[in-house]
Design a protein around this ligand. Structure first.
Ligand SMILES: [Zn+2]
Length: 271
């Protein structure tokens, strides 16, 4: 049993777990953490039937490699001290397989896109129904998601369709909110990051996780408002939060939802 997971460097296991949605946090106390800590997506670790998403955290204050589960996001965090490579971190994780499997068992189970499975759509549960001989691709009726065609393509079709729906929901809100503050969005991209719900570049390019389509509309509204507000305020200061409250009425309830339920956004469409 590795002892290391029990003692994360410095502040006990708090940072990562509270980190996300990173963009939704109040302002960091100083710019230091941005230079001292760098976080990036790793690959998956495959153990038995489970694929565990991995996130590397380069932390110059850490003295040893540390493994820790971020329960909010359902991934394993590998904290890397200065001059330690992700490969070394990965090898360390693989050596501690038993500890990881034991702790992963307590994380919520993944829900694949498959016939009969239930996934949320805009916060409401929807069953996936498969029609092998039907025409068309994916459509929604009677609170169910119907998928035509060969079963081999079902998961991909569901995912492609969810991404389109996510883009529609997000883009509509984003353009509307940007117009409210006299800004123009240059591009909206949809990604699947493990550590954040959205981000904003100074050039006006917004990016969001397509997984927001699983969340209730008020949560999408808040995440979009948050990133649009960054087009004017590239920080998390009082003026930023004032702007957010002008762009959405749901800041408080949405942030609470993301903290308690956000983890589940990562479960769907994974085997
Ligand atoms: Zn932010």
């Amino acid at each position: 049993m590795p002892k290391t997971p029990a003692r994360p460097a410095g502040r006990r296991g708090k940072r990562g777990a509270q980190q996300a949605p990173r963009k939704s946090r109040k302002a960091p106390k100083s710019g230091r953490r941005h230079t001292a800590v760098r976080q990036f997506d790793g690959q998956f670790l495959a153990f038995d039937e489970r694929r565990i998403p991995l996130v590397y955290r380069q932390d110059h204050r850490a003295r040893t490699i540390i493994l820790r589960f971020d329960r909010e996001h359902g991934h394993l965090v590998v904290v890397l001290p200065r001059r330690t490579t992700p490969e070394a971190g990965r090898r360390f994780a693989l050596r501690n397989r038993d500890w990881i499997v034991e702790n992963a068992a307590r994380l919520p189970r993944p829900v694949p896109f498959a016939a009969g499975r239930v996934i949320p759509f805009l916060g409401q549960p929807h069953r996936i129904r498969h029609w092998p001989t039907a025409r068309g691709v994916v459509w929604m009726a009677d609170g169910e998601i119907h998928v035509a065609g060969h079963g081999d393509h079902l998961a991909r079709r569901v995912q492609d369709w969810l991404k389109l729906e996510a883009r529609r929901e997000i883009a509509r809100r984003a353009h509307e909110k940007a117009a409210m503050i006299g800004k123009t969005i240059r591009r909206i991209s949809l990604k699947d990051p493990k550590t954040r719900w959205g981000s904003c570049s100074p050039a006006g390019c917004l990016s969001f996780t397509w997984r927001l389509i699983f969340a209730p509309p008020h949560v999408i509204d808040y995440v979009v408002a948050h990133e649009v507000a960054h087009m004017k305020e590239l920080n998390h200061g009082p003026r930023f939060w004032q702007l957010v409250s002008e762009l959405t009425r749901h800041e408080k309830s949405a942030r609470h939802w993301l903290q308690t339920e956000g983890l589940h956004l990562h479960r769907y469409g994974r085997a």
